[in-house]
Ligand binder design. Structure first.
Ligand code: GCU
Length: 665
């Protein structure tokens, strides 16, 4: 056995030796602040724990100095270059290590990056590094319920709530804050996604002290809280006759409530709202538009410097499947594009990456790039609702890299990556994949998704492969084990795409639970996600002569997606209704390609399972067997997908597989 993983410690594993022990043996801090003191404390504690360096906090003669760039320059006459907010400089000479932040949070981030690079063997005498986050808003939104259940959570119960109360293990929350800060997450929304969730309760006087205590745990780590609130609160909580955002009493209620909340949490980052979405109350209930709705709440936050994160996940979820005039994919653009420029400055619209709902294969939403006068963020899921629920290995940075690659074709520098780096997209939000399971994420390898999310928010130009290699090397201390784990990660998303719904058709998943196949599960439901397969054809015509969805993109993309000959084939059934005998670029029919990908997807999982088995002698028993069990379950799931999809299409068409593989009757 070579790797003995402490799964709770995630990417902070113990190393056999450390270079520069002489300099790291003493850590000096010349300025005082909550976050800086925490940065120094974290460096000392983690050097001791993971690198066996015994360090003490001392004055300016220490071998390692932590501070802010302006502070260290002033006190020691240094000439450290300045960088962007929350950025840092690391400088290693043979007499001193300097970790200096542009501000106090930058220093903390510098400490974690230093420790990661130290573990990776990339810190040497002469190392000089300047780094800063691409975007200032890097958030996670918890969907935990006050009961302690986590909506779309696959790693145990909530870190924050239990049985109707705020109730947590303080050390665990601190350890969570460390994980978040170490990957640069600086916003954390608590309060649920829908239904009666805690969002409503948390803004009452009886629970605000709890929120204040949680905020205090996250504060030294530079993580500011956001609260999920309900649009109807003036009515349900305030007992006003209405929650109409243009009603003067409602406006006053929000203002008073915000004032109250800020007395408990003066540095609250703001609110998150899901309005008019999946039965949630919203401005439509009062005949108001979403700018009117959002601006009323934003006005209450503005005097406190708070921001309002307003989700764009708005669509008709009570559709009649018979009615082909409605296309759910159009909804976010139809609602929000006409309002571009009408939102207050402290509103951040949060746009799901795709027009549907975190699907395995769906295009990037046409809202990206189309909003030019409104601040907005990109929303993804780290929790694997549709991507295998932390039973199946599915490495999400692979997908996110492709999302960031998408060129919106609005002017120069128009990929999502460039829009994010240039500040035209104002940040990133996601739903985390953590819970009370000892390893945080259920599947130990799903820690890579949390890690990758933070790293990509920080630096969107990183590739999925770079992140996979970095995370694997930090977590699995043996290089050849780390190589195999990286390979597994990188194989996993393409494999998952292959055994899932074919070619961008989406939602062939089990209703409600969303694990495993149910090909017609959503076909006659009100949720607006149909594939309309018949004997001859499948898919929705979303071209100009169909639902018109494609016309929501910039002209070049509308043309690209609108023609089956140029449409990326992986997404072809999202945009087009095609006959099964449609010939694809490889010369084989659509149907034959559906069969092929499903056989291949299953075989790929089998191969992944074998790769994992090859690590048996190199891993501790617990890590090996817990991941093995998940791969075995994944294989069963892939088999189910393969056989249900192939049998379904065989039964519809009566056309057999050209390679005569086994398709069940
Ligand atoms: C999905 C998910 C819901 C969630 C919603 C959201 O629809 O299934 O559970 O509430 O996304 O983004 O709010």
């Amino acid at each position: 056995m070579i790797c003995n993983i402490k799964e709770y410690d995630c990417w902070f594993q113990r190393r056999a030796s450390v270079p520069l022990a002489r300099l790291l043996g003493s850590v000096g801090l010349l300025e005082q602040s909550l976050v800086l003191e925490n940065a120094a404390g974290e460096l000392s504690a983690l050097l001791t724990k993971n690198f066996a360096v015994l360090s003490v906090v001392e004055g300016k003669d220490a071998g390692t100095l932590i501070g802010t760039i302006p502070g260290l320059n002033a006190q020691l006459g240094l000439k450290l270059p300045s960088t962007k907010p929350e950025g840092f400089v690391i400088k290693v000479s043979d007499t001193r290590v300097i970790i200096a932040g542009q501000d106090e949070i930058g220093a903390l981030y510098g400490v974690y990056r230093f420790l990661a690079l130290l573990a990776l063997g990339k810190i040497n005498v002469g190392t000089e590094l300047i780094d800063a986050p691409a975007t200032q808003f890097r958030s996670l939104t918890h969907w935990d319920n006050i009961s302690g259940d986590v909506i779309r959570g696959y790693a145990g119960k909530s870190l924050f709530y239990n049985n109707g109360r705020v109730d947590y293990d303080e050390q665990r929350v601190i350890d969570y804050a460390r994980l978040l800060a170490s990957i640069g997450i600086n916003r954390l929304a608590i309060g649920g996604t829908f239904g009666p969730g805690p969002g409503q309760l948390l803004i009452t006087e009886s629970m605000l002290p709890d929120v204040a205590r949680l905020a205090a745990l996250f504060r030294p780590f530079g993580v500011k809280l956001l609260l999920n609130v309900k649009f109807s609160a003036p009515y349900t909580l305030g007992k006003l006759p209405t929650a109409d955002p243009l009603d003067a009493d409602v406006v006053a209620w929000w203002k008073e409530r915000a004032d109250l909340i800020y007395r408990y949490v003066p540095d609250l980052a703001g609110f998150v709202v899901k309005a008019d979405s999946e039965m949630e109350p919203g401005p439509f209930d009062y005949g108001r538009n979403h700018a009117e709705g959002a601006n009323a709440l934003a006005a209450a936050l503005a005097p406190h410097g708070g921001e309002l994160v307003w989700r764009c996940f708005v669509y008709n979820c009570a559709q009649d499947w018979r009615d082909q005039s409605i296309d759910r994919a159009r909804a976010a653009y139809d609602v929000f594009k006409p309002l571009d420029g009408m939102f207050a400055d402290n509103v951040l619209l949060q746009v799901k990456f795709g027009p549907y709902d975190f699907q395995v294969l769906e295009p990037v939403s046409p809202l990206f790039g189309a909003l030019s006068k409104t601040r907005y963020t990109l929303e993804v899921q780290v929790t694997q609702e549709y991507t295998g629920q932390q039973i199946d290995l599915c490495y999400l940075p692979y997908k996110w890299e492709r999302i960031l690659d998408f060129d919106t074709r609005y002017g120069p520098r128009s990929t999502l990556r460039e829009l994010l780096i240039d500040g035209k997209i104002s940040g990133v939000g996601a739903i985390p994949n953590v819970g009370l399971d000892h390893n945080w994420t259920g599947h130990t390898l799903a820690q890579a998704n949390l890690y990758g999310y933070g790293r990509l928010c920080w630096d969107p130009s990183l590739s999925a492969e770079q992140i996979a290699r970095e995370w694997s090397a930090l977590t699995f201390t043996d290089a050849s084990v780390a190589d195999t784990v990286s390979e597994l990660l990188l194989r996993s998303y393409p494999a998952y795409e292959k055994y899932n719904a074919p070619f961008g058709v989406c939602f062939m998943v089990t209703p409600a639970g969303h694990y495993g196949p149910n090909i017609e599960g959503y076909e006659f439901s009100p949720w607006g996600t149909y594939h309309r397969a018949d004997r001859f054809a499948i898919g929705i015509d979303r071209t100009g002569s169909g639902t018109g969805y494609v016309t929501q993109y910039a002209p070049e993309n509308a043309a690209l997606f609108g023609d089956p000959a140029t449409c990326p084939e992986q997404l072809i059934l999202f945009f087009h209704r095609l006959r099964y005998d449609y010939v694809m670029k490889n010369g084989q029919t659509l149907l034959q390609n559906i069969y092929n990908t499903h056989f291949e997807g299953y075989d790929e999982v089998k191969h992944m399972l074998e790769l994992w088995k090859g690590l048996k002698d190199w891993l501790d028993e617990h890590t090996y067997s817990s991941v093995l069990t998940r791969f075995e379950r994944q294989l069963a799931n892939a088999r189910e997908w393969r056989d249900q999809i192939n049998t379904y299409f065989w039964r519809k068409t009566g056309i057999t597989d050209a390679h005569v593989r086994k398709i069940y009757e």
